[in-house]
Design a binder for this molecule. Structure first.
Ligand SMILES: [Zn+2]
Ligand SMILES: [Zn+2]
Length: 253
């Protein structure tokens, strides 16, 4: 598999990167994980948007899903769509269809008449979803809204994406033995961190170590946080290879 980083700036776009979004190429199957602000442009650099097999959303904070509206416009109004296009599976928290209709519609009155169901197949997250020769597994994580970590498996390889989460046993269990853990690291480690929101760099490293993953990729560092400090924190507790991802970066899984 290959991971392409569409954007990795935490909590919103930064001066050097869109917000959170990733493309996973699993053989011929391409799946987008989150589409935060600015990621749809990066997606077009990386792949033909028509070639997506599915989009999976970790949760519905705007920094992870704002560019869904851009994908909707593409699929509804592209002048030369491929023949016989099927609705695109969208794996997401339960209220995604309603939330995306609200974001896409030009007015509250028109929210109920948007045509998203014509081009998207909204599916509530379940523990395991087969998509061709790829399996997407989920685990609920600890964030102020319905949120999931996502595990993509293909050909004996596995990538786990934390989404946004505070310290979470479910993330460790989902990531057990994974080849790559793409994990958020949002703030410096202190004694006064809020609970149930995000991980520090050190906590990202602790989750990687507890899960026994092969490699740790750090992401979701906000523009106001020192990314190198996140990396240094993670390295103090995780002995395996660890690095900060970069926008447009490609990583073998
Ligand atoms: Zn976020
Ligand atoms: Zn969030």
């Amino acid at each position: 598999m290959k991971l392409v980083v569409l954007g990795c700036s935490g909590s919103g776009p930064g001066p050097g990167s869109p917000a959170s979004g990733y493309l996973v190429e699993a053989g011929p199957t391409m799946i987008a994980l989150d589409l935060g602000n600015g990621t749809f442009g990066a997606l077009q650099r990386a792949a033909d948007p028509w070639s997506l097999a599915a989009v999976a959303f970790s949760h519905l904070h705007p920094d992870h899903c704002a560019d869904f509206s851009a994908l909707a416009v593409w699929r509804l109004y592209h002048p030369e769509p491929p023949a016989a296009v099927e609705p695109l599976p969208v794996l997401a928290p339960a209220d995604a269809a309603e939330r995306f209709a609200a974001a896409y519609a030009p007015s509250v009155a028109q929210r109920s008449t948007t045509e998203l169901a014509r081009v998207f197949d909204f599916r509530t997250h379940v523990p395991q979803t087969p998509l061709g020769d790829v399996v997407v597994r989920t685990a609920a994580v600890d964030h102020p809204c319905e949120a999931y970590a996502l595990r993509v498996e293909h050909g004996g390889r596995s990538l786990v994406y934390s989404g946004d989460t505070g310290p979470c046993r479910g993330l460790v269990e989902l990531a057990a033995g994974a080849d790559v853990l793409l994990c958020e690291a949002s703030w410096p480690h202190t004694d006064s961190m809020p609970t149930g929101v995000h991980l520090s760099g050190r906590q990202a490293g602790e989750h990687a170590a507890a899960a026994g993953v092969g490699r740790l990729l750090l992401t979701h560092v906000p523009a106001w946080t020192d990314a190198d400090a996140m990396l240094a924190e993670a390295k103090t507790v995780f002995d395996g290879p660890v690095e900060l991802v970069r926008p447009d970066g490609e990583y073998e899984v």
